[in-house]
Write a protein that binds this ligand. Structure first.
Ligand SMILES: [Zn+2]
Length: 607
């Protein structure tokens, strides 16, 4: 890949983030801006065991560098953060270049070499979208071919021993009946077992998982943001997919973040235009999947990491997004259910049914139209992080018990409610907490799914307490609670929630750290009712630079401590060692809001 092909977008600076893959991808569409950014890129390529694995042995393996020494010098220059000018001065020393046999005579030549490192998951392309009524207005999408990305995952030798090529059914005990099924990995699910019969005999299904992240726009330096789309495949076990270092999630697109020009558009038109931009962009990005997955005419021969050639049918099976984006993806009106399209007023109804007659944002052609064997509503998965953070956040983050089990949280929560709400309130909360705990089981059978139904029934029977108290009236019918109804079926259809929760993708952004800092406490009972710990709505100091915080609070250890804290917030498999966390050059943000105090109300002082 050469730099010439790439249009450089408005965003010009890249702040290195903790995620090296992301930085690598950003480089591709932005060009190398600084040696610092490059440092991470080279670090990634040279230290990535997978890249090394895919390289052939011998001299060739240093291509595009001329020799081992050639790239080791580049690696040294980059990881030691040698300035371009200093490197040029070294290379200008007579005979240095010749004696070392270097292929580049200055830092520019070296950068060019790095640029020529072959791409793992296909070339980046640029697509300009515009609309008939405003031909002058363009929306830029950077993307690469999803089929190429799948091929790369499929053929990666590092995944060879992990890939699963056919579905199956797991049973507990000897009796192989539906009532004895166990649901866990993608290959045990209803989806894969069903579509396997819909493709030609001998074909291999590749369940495609797409995730996009609009609401938590990735924050780069300043107010720059990006709208990433990721792809991974259900053939890989969930543990592999969840591990950022395994590089099983491929960034396949950056969608436009530009807002459409309001001129001449009504409020409704403007909203529709936003939908159109998203769907047109995604239709363009995912177009290759449509023909590749077609059971009649599709099927792509792919070489697996095991060396075998298979005819692979990539089928879109899961779309991971938070609630607002689920609405966008399914063309469902905000406030209704993206799975069953139930109207906002009916979300409390305790029955699951498809009802497509109401409240659908119409008038646009959704990207998933004509996707083979895909029902986009079935693709929507419970978003355990967002749907249930309501309960997790306020408690977990501020009492510093992040990472502990829900049992632990439940204990704190229930204890803190005792004496404040009546028996029904306690029972309702307990049921909900049990449900959340059960929903995170890594495998389920009819019994455990039955327990989820039971807890949900108890919650619905007792939730009226909160309505009567007029504390959470608005929250009872919200889609969050309604969506709990879909968990059991979704687990049977797509696998347990640990297959597809958004945490796996959010991890790319370190947004959790941000939220831990600026999310106001969400009380489970009511916004009027004081919880244990409260902070002011507005920070005492906004957007204070990290260095300024360290200086003004006389806390030289603040930034290292913050790095360790952020690292500790990551799920276990995403964490790095203490030394690695401390060695990270830059955090993905430079400013923080500061609160000088919080209020703590002991239980006994509450009325
Ligand atoms: Zn629903």
């Amino acid at each position: 890949m050469t730099k010439k092909n790439i249009a450089i977008p408005k965003m010009k600076t890249v702040t290195p983030t903790l995620d090296l893959t992301l930085v690598t991808e950003m480089r591709l569409i932005m060009g190398i801006q600084t040696l610092k950014t490059m440092c991470l890129i080279v670090h990634h390529y040279f230290h990535c065991p997978m890249t090394n694995l895919t390289l052939p042995a011998g001299k060739e393996c240093y291509h595009p560098f001329a020799s081992q020494l050639d790239w080791e010098i580049a690696q040294w220059a980059v990881t030691e953060k040698i300035s371009q000018k200093a490197l040029d001065r070294l290379l200008n020393v007579p005979q240095v270049q010749q004696k070392l046999g270097l292929s580049y005579e200055n830092s520019r030549g070296m950068l060019k070499c790095i640029d020529e490192i072959p791409e793992r998951c296909g070339k980046w392309r640029t697509k300009q979208l515009s609309f008939h009524d405003k031909p002058g207005e363009h929306f830029t999408v950077y993307h690469r071919d999803p089929v190429e990305a799948i091929k790369a995952l499929w053929g990666d030798p590092a995944f060879a021993e992990h890939l699963v090529y056919k579905p199956g059914k797991l049973f507990r005990g000897a009796e192989q009946t539906e009532n004895n099924r166990i649901y866990s990995e993608m290959w045990t699910t209803g989806f894969w077992n069903a579509v396997q019969h819909a493709i030609p005999v001998g074909g291999t299904v590749c369940p495609v998982i797409i995730a996009s992240d609009k609401t938590n726009l990735t924050r780069f330096s300043g107010n720059k943001s990006a709208y990433p789309v990721y792809l991974t495949i259900g053939n890989l076990p969930k543990a592999v997919r969840r591990k950022p270092s395994a590089r099983a999630c491929v960034l396949i697109a950056y969608l436009s973040v530009d807002k459409p020009n309001k001129q001449g558009l009504t409020k409704k038109d403007l909203k529709l235009r936003t939908y159109e931009i998203f769907h047109h962009s995604m239709a363009h990005v995912l177009e290759p999947l449509k023909s590749a997955g077609n059971p009649k005419t599709g099927g792509i021969e792919m070489v697996g990491g095991d060396g075998n050639v298979r005819k692979v049918y990539p089928l879109l099976c899961t779309y991971v997004a938070d609630y607002p984006e689920q609405c966008l993806v399914t063309c469902t009106k905000y406030g209704t259910c993206p799975k069953c399209q139930r109207k906002a007023n009916d979300l409390g109804i305790m029955k699951e049914a498809h009802d497509t007659s109401h409240d659908v944002a119409g008038g646009i052609e959704p990207f998933w139209k004509d996707f083979p064997l895909t029902d986009i509503h079935d693709c929507i998965t419970p978003d355990i992080l967002h749907q249930l953070r309501h309960f997790k956040k306020g408690i977990a983050d501020f009492s510093q018990v992040t990472g502990t089990e829900h049992k632990h949280i439940a204990r704190i929560l229930l204890a803190s409610l005792t004496g404040k709400v009546d028996q029904r309130g306690i029972v309702a909360c307990k049921a909900l907490l049990n449900f959340i705990h059960l929903a995170q089981y890594p495998s389920h059978d009819e019994d455990t799914l039955g327990y989820m139904d039971l807890e949900l029934n108890v919650w619905h029977k007792n939730k009226a307490y909160f309505v009567e108290q007029q504390t959470t009236k608005d929250q009872i019918n919200i889609p969050k609670f309604h969506s709990l109804l879909h968990y059991v079926n979704s687990i049977k259809w797509l696998g347990t929630t640990d297959n597809y929760n958004t945490e796996a993708f959010e991890r790319f952004h370190i947004d959790m750290a941000k939220e831990a800092w600026d999310a106001p406490i969400n009380a489970i009972t009511s916004s009027d009712d004081p919880t244990n710990i409260r902070i002011a709505k507005h920070p005492h100091e906004t957007k204070k630079s990290l260095n300024a915080i360290a200086n003004s609070h006389n806390a030289p250890g603040f930034i290292p401590a913050l790095k360790l804290y952020i690292n500790s917030l990551l799920p276990k498999e995403g964490q790095v060692t203490k030394a690695e966390a401390l060695s990270i050059g830059c955090l993905p943000f430079t400013l923080l809001d500061v609160w000088h105090h919080f209020k703590f109300t002991p239980m006994c002082q509450k009325k």
